[in-house]
Design a protein around this ligand. Structure first.
Ligand code: BG6
Length: 531
């Protein structure tokens, strides 16, 4: 149906372009398409190691409860929390309920139903017998609930426990699908996947002693964000973007993940990691590859991951991290966030007073291939910045010739396509128009699409989506071993050079909490991002 027609019920279908410019939702009366979750998951038992930790109470348990409420969990689905702390089943329920009771959708009756399938097992991570006991406990649950021997092991523990847990699971037969009462066995590993290339390879080798690659799910919650998933749909389900998506039309790409929060209570981890390991080696690389990768022949896990790996393989190594053009590092000092005075990084609990850990970085990356040769990708991320903002900005090239120069309109703003990931989940295209009136005067305007406009269905958060995908055995939104190792091959030498250089202190520029980063990075930040 073409714009401004009347549909079969006599309803006027709005002009598509006009509606977008006005920021209204065009209602084309089309049924929702591309709903990829088909339900009917295998019954299974979800075993969460690290059940007394933050990740379990803040993310995993709420995600499972929400999935239960929306009817997305398989039937039956048992959840077993595993941790060192000796807790009774009731005590564990009490702890988990406390986290969920503050949610808007908390319903005591539904919680009781959900908690009927929630158990706890206290473990000694050093003891084979304790793992054997867990195996027996799970078999007993299978017998009572009929979860079919399917097991999802989630490692929500500190990284130092990844290897011992996966080894013990292997030694006690829980990683082997044939021995595990004919059901499937999958393991979910949280980032960081290693601290550098060597440790990532060691971790992969240990995981592979007990699990095949297709049983391993390396989770990166950025990939499962709705708006991040949408990038491939935008690029490959539309004919109008791809012809322009290359070095002939794109001048540069900016990818920013700015956070207002500081290091919080995670100094122990963050002091060892810094922003490059915490945000760049994983989330920023995923965002980059979604912009840079070639179209896979089919929308299918291994094909998508193959294309990502090809993009990682084309990353041009940064040989001189001391050049501010390549890498600009910063560390937050005291400042104000939302009118409240906040401490600088070095005053945070657990941080060394002379710490040289970067909390901010801007990096220029090139992808050396046919499509992207010479196009800079600027990646920026930092803590304690002015606002929470994750967005990708495609800056197109200038028009080849300004025919308005003779009437004093020499500078024409370039077109930008802005993919807002969070908090604003929207796509914006900027372009020039004529300002109404007698004199010709250019006006930059935007076409905006808000991601949830005209959508009233359920919305899955990133952990919900990831858990469902593991239960479905779909690897598309998870890291594959070769991708992890390729990204570390890019970052490890760079980070090592930075950390071993005697003038590291000079590379790290201080910035005020609540600002947009170090003073000297501002021109670059403004050029790249629309803040
Ligand atoms: C995590 C990092 O992976 O991502 C954190 O370890 C960071 O330091 C977080 O705060 C950001 O995630 P989000 O979804 O809030 O942008």
């Amino acid at each position: 149906m073409s714009p401004n027609q009347v549909d079969k019920d006599g309803k006027i279908v709005p002009d598509f372009l006009g509606a977008l410019v006005e920021g209204q939702a065009p209602d084309l009366g089309m049924p929702p398409q591309l709903c990829l979750f088909e339900g009917n998951l295998d019954p299974c038992t979800i075993v969460i190691f690290g059940a007394s930790g933050d990740l379990t109470s803040r993310k995993l348990m709420p995600a499972l409860y929400n999935l239960y409420l929306s009817g997305a969990l398989p039937k039956p689905c048992c959840v077993v929390g595993v941790a060192r702390t000796p807790l009774s089943r009731e005590e564990f329920h009490g702890r988990m309920q406390a986290g969920i009771a503050s949610q808007e959708n908390y319903d005591p009756e539904r919680w009781r139903e959900f908690a009927a399938g929630l158990d706890y097992y206290a473990i000694d991570y050093d003891s084979q017998a304790s793992f054997q006991g867990l195996g027996d406990f799970l078999k007993d649950l299978d017998g009572r609930h009929g979860a079919g021997g399917n097991r999802l092991f989630y490692l929500a523990v500190p990284p130092s426990l990844y290897q011992p847990i996966s080894q013990r699971l292997g030694q006690t037969g829980m990683g082997q699908e044939a021995m595990n009462g004919q059901g499937w066995s999958r393991i979910v590993v949280e980032k960081p996947f290693g601290h550098d290339l060597k440790s990532a390879m060691e971790l992969n080798a240990t995981l592979h002693q007990s699990f095949r690659e297709d049983q391993i799910f390396r989770i990166d919650h950025y990939m499962a964000k709705e708006t991040v998933q949408n990038i491939l749909i935008l690029r490959f389900a539309n004919a109008i973007f791809e012809p322009l998506w290359n070095r002939n039309f794109i001048d540069h790409v900016g990818i920013i993940a700015a956070e207002k929060i500081g290091v919080e209570h995670r100094a122990g981890f963050y002091e060892q990691a810094g922003v490059l390991r915490d945000m760049f080696q994983n989330h920023m690389m995923q965002l980059l590859t979604l912009i840079a990768m070639e179209p896979p022949s089919r929308f299918e896990g291994e094909r998508v991951r193959d294309e990502k790996v090809k993009a990682f393989r084309s990353l041009k190594p940064i040989t001189d991290p001391s050049s501010a053009e390549n890498l600009f590092l910063g560390q937050y000092g005291t400042g104000e966030i939302d009118g409240v005075l906040v401490s600088g990084y070095r005053e945070e609990p657990g941080v060394r007073p002379d710490s040289l850990t970067p909390t901010f970085a801007v990096m220029r990356v090139f992808i050396d291939n046919w499509r992207w040769r010479g196009v800079p990708f600027y990646l920026a991320s930092g803590k304690r910045l002015a606002k929470k903002l994750t967005q990708l900005v495609i800056h197109f090239k200038e028009v080849p010739h300004s025919l308005f120069a003779n009437i004093g309109l020499g500078t024409i703003a370039v077109n930008r396509l802005i993919l807002g990931i969070q908090p604003e989940e929207k796509i914006t295209l900027t372009f020039e128009t004529k300002n109404p009136g007698a004199t010709v005067c250019l006006r930059a305007v935007t076409m905006d699409f808000n991601y949830y406009q005209n959508y009233r269905g359920p919305i899955m958060d990133a952990y919900e989506k990831s858990l469902i995908d593991v239960m479905q055995g779909d690897h598309m939104l998870f890291w594959r071993q070769d991708g992890v190792e390729l990204c570390w091959s890019f970052f490890s030498p760079l980070i090592e050079k930075c950390e071993s250089c005697t003038y590291l202190g000079k590379l790290i520029h201080p910035y005020k909490a609540g600002s947009w980063g170090p003073e000297a990075a501002q021109d670059l930040m403004r050029l790249i991002f629309s803040y």
